[in-house]
Design a protein. Structure first.
Length: 134
């Protein structure tokens, strides 16, 4: 995996996104969670590849299931934004809660956003119900 990082950053070798991806793929295929996360990021951010959120989701999910907090956060973001998956705030919450439990500050902030969104939606529904009953 460290060779992938060297090629991705151009450290002691010429920067080469194809080599970067190939080294990450080798490590990811062996179950290396960080390589799976980084490969998902390559697909999500179209670095050297066409942007492919469905592939990003697959790699993020493999890493997330191994407990990688960054992959859990990014997987939650894909669900929240409906990128590569149907939009699903419950799944976003699920993954962000896992990442937040590992002190991922971005996941914690997004959970607060979801809580505010849920409160606003409840208030709206209660208001509609009151109006309908009057």
């Amino acid at each position: 995996m460290s060779l992938g990082m060297k090629y991705g950053l151009g450290r002691r070798v010429a920067k080469d996104s194809v080599q970067e991806r190939q080294w990450y793929e080798r490590a990811a295929a062996q179950g290396h969670a960080k390589a799976q996360f980084l490969l998902g990021s390559i697909y999500a951010n179209f670095r050297g590849l066409p942007q492919d959120y469905a592939m990003a989701r697959q790699w993020y999910e493999k890493a997330a299931l191994q407990g990688d907090a960054y992959a859990q956060y990014n997987l939650g973001a894909l669900y929240a934004n409906g990128e590569g998956v149907p939009q699903d705030y419950a799944m976003a919450r699920h993954w962000w809660e896992k990442a937040a439990a590992q002190d991922n500050a971005d996941a914690q902030a997004h959970l607060e956003f979801l809580d505010e969104r849920d409160t606003r939606e409840c208030d709206r529904v209660v208001g509609l119900a009151r109006t309908a009953s009057e």
